[in-house]
Design a protein around this ligand. Sequence first.
Ligand SMILES: NC(=O)c1ccc[n+]([C@@H]2O[C@H](COP(=O)([O-])OP(=O)(O)OC[C@H]3O[C@@H](n4cnc5c(N)ncnc54)[C@H](O)[C@@H]3O)[C@@H](O)[C@H]2O)c1
Length: 257
Amino acid sequence: MEKQFNPFSLKNKVIVISGAASGIGRQCAITCSKMGAKLILLDLNEIGLSETLQLLENSDEHFSAVINLTDYNKVGNIISSAVEKIGRISGLLNCAGISTTLPLKNAKQEILDNFFKINVYTAYFLTQTVCKMGNFSKEGGSIVFFSSAAGQYGESGKSIYGMTKGALFSCAKSLACELSRKNIRVNSISPGVIVTPINQNLPHIADPELRKQTEALHLLGLGNPEDIANACVYLLSDASRWVTGSNLVVDGGYTTR
Ligand SMILES: NC(=O)c1ccc[n+]([C@@H]2O[C@H](COP(=O)([O-])OP(=O)(O)OC[C@H]3O[C@@H](n4cnc5c(N)ncnc54)[C@H](O)[C@@H]3O)[C@@H](O)[C@H]2O)c1
């Protein structure tokens, strides 16, 4: 029988997903496993990570590790063990992150340091480790940074979160130039608002009146984790083999205003 044609297949690909214990990262794990990928899942939330594993196709084929990704020096050993166990990496979703709504007057240096450490440095150093000799597939592959609509568009109280997401947006462009000779494509994705643990207690979602306003800013309403996971499958698959240095906006029309 003729094999079914599917340019979005992730069969024979090993994909690293940070932030896989919750929200979008968890959904990316579920969708990527359905598309045939073997996964290396990283998160500091042990319970959430094991719940994610149970939701996957062929859960025993994957590798998971509980790690605070700000412990940069521990990442190398974990990635080496994972590669030894399930094979060289051909994709990375830098999904781990935190958010806040904080006006300028309440900002403090420790808060900024923490945001840059978790949202920017962890993604940068995980990418550095994954790209080290012996870890990445010789055939190349695809890396995705999680920016946000807030990385390019303003909202009150979003300066700290937005700064970190803007940094990831520009990081992807320069790394796309640097890594193209290894056939590694680097892109960012910019979701609009999707209700997950990252924002469910923030004012724009928790306050019913503000939530209505947030919904109204999205022409197609708020998104689901699946909307982002499907876009990630495209960026990880060979269907996007000629796409690098791009920012894929998946925001229900939020940024067309
Ligand atoms: N939800 C949205 O509306 C939205 C919009 C735009 C961008 N994003 C981005 O998408 C990504 C995923 O967000 P989400 O909504 O799934 O959030 P989430 O809170 O549901 O998941 C984030 C995960 O990252 C993990 N994490 C945080 N710090 C970590 C660390 N130091 N080490 C290891 N793991 C750590 C958390 O434990 C959690 O499992 C984030 O980068 C976020 O900024 C989300």
